[in-house]
Design a protein around this ligand. Structure first.
Ligand code: DGY
Length: 320
């Protein structure tokens, strides 16, 4: 069986595929045009897919009828039309759990960075504008005892809530499709409506799966209901935020600040006005970028392909 892998991944994943006797095909060039990408996929039986630039939709499945398995090198699968894949019996695998800690670490890092204006202050030092002690300039806010609102309390949200509670004794409220009984029991997390979540949160952190219906969920009508000291954190998908409305909410001080590891589109343009604001910290989608998480993702993605090649169900399957 031929497995197309569109970028280099940690060796552990490739070794597992090769030990299983699978033929691994890498592209000559890692930056592929749409046509090149389709042509690699057409000649493969399975695809280990890195990045979410390419969409797996009806057009793709029609163009590559041989591909019967796609192991995503990500936990998110918003770039896949799961309904269409399932209808065509294409197995879709993802990489949950192994990146939950790493991704929640980035949410936690952004929360503190924005609360203490770390990126703004760092920028000042870099520009030679460190002007000495000033009792009133660039004051941050403390997080102790504040309310952390989590949208999407799954594995990553749980890790973020746990850390924030331990470090800052934060009260946890959440909104989700389903109640999370473990979080309610272990962290005393309280389930609230979306309206209550946005009104009560001092820090609002998104950890939900992104679906097209949630595009621009965080827009001016939501930002205007948030607290003036609220910190908006997004490590999930950039599509959740309307960036123009976010800019206006921040520039007019409707909310305190924003920490983004995801933007819409990615990469964010260096001309994006959000980057001019001292209340914003943007990272280039590094949630899972640790050695441990990326090794884990390589292992899970390979295990998904191997299971498929043996005619078994993928251990981490995104199909219903
Ligand atoms: C994920 O695993 O979904 C990360 O966001 C990388 O795309």
């Amino acid at each position: 069986m031929k497995v197309f892998v569109n970028k280099r991944i940690p060796e552990i994943g490739i070794k597992l595929l090769e030990q299983e006797g699978l033929e691994v095909v890498f592209p000559k060039n890692e930056v592929l045009s749409h046509e090149e990408w389709l042509s690699y996929c057409r000649n493969a039986d399975a695809f280990l897919s890195i990045g979410n630039d390419f969409k797996y939709n009806r057009e793709f499945f029609e163009a590559c009828p041989n591909v019967k398995a796609i192991a995503l090198y990500s936990v998110g699968f918003d770039h896949v039309d799961i309904k269409e894949a399932t209808h065509r019996h294409v197995h879709i695998g993802n990489t949950p759990d192994v990146l939950s800690r790493a991704t929640s670490d980035v949410a936690f890092l952004l929360m503190q960075s924005v609360a203490r204006r770390a990126s703004y202050n760092f920028q000042k030092v870099k520009e030679g504008k460190w002007e000495g002690f000033d009792p009133l300039h660039a004051l941050g806010q403390e997080l102790y005892g504040k309310t952390l609102g989590i949208l999407g309390l799954g594995r990553i949200g749980f890790e973020m809530a746990k850390k924030s509670q331990k470090a800052f004794d934060m009260e946890i409220i959440y909104h989700n499709r389903h109640r999370n009984e473990e979080a309610e029991k272990e962290l005393g997390a309280a389930y609230v409506s979306f309206e209550e979540l946005i009104k009560r949160s001092d820090v609002l952190s998104i950890h939900a799966n992104f679906t097209p219906e949630q595009k621009d969920l965080f827009n001016s009508s939501v930002f205007e209901k948030m607290k003036s000291n609220a910190i908006f954190i997004n490590t999930a998908r950039g599509g959740f935020q309307n960036e123009k409305d976010l800019y206006e909410a921040l520039a007019s001080k409707q909310i305190w600040g924003a920490g983004l590891d995801v933007t819409n589109p990615e990469p964010m343009s260096e001309k994006n006005p959000l980057l001019e604001l001292s209340s914003v910290c943007v990272l280039p989608h590094i949630g899972s970028a640790t050695i441990e998480a990326r090794n884990g993702m390589a292992r899970l993605a390979a295990e998904n392909i191997i299971a498929f090649s043996r005619g078994e169900k993928m251990p981490h399957c995104a199909n219903p």
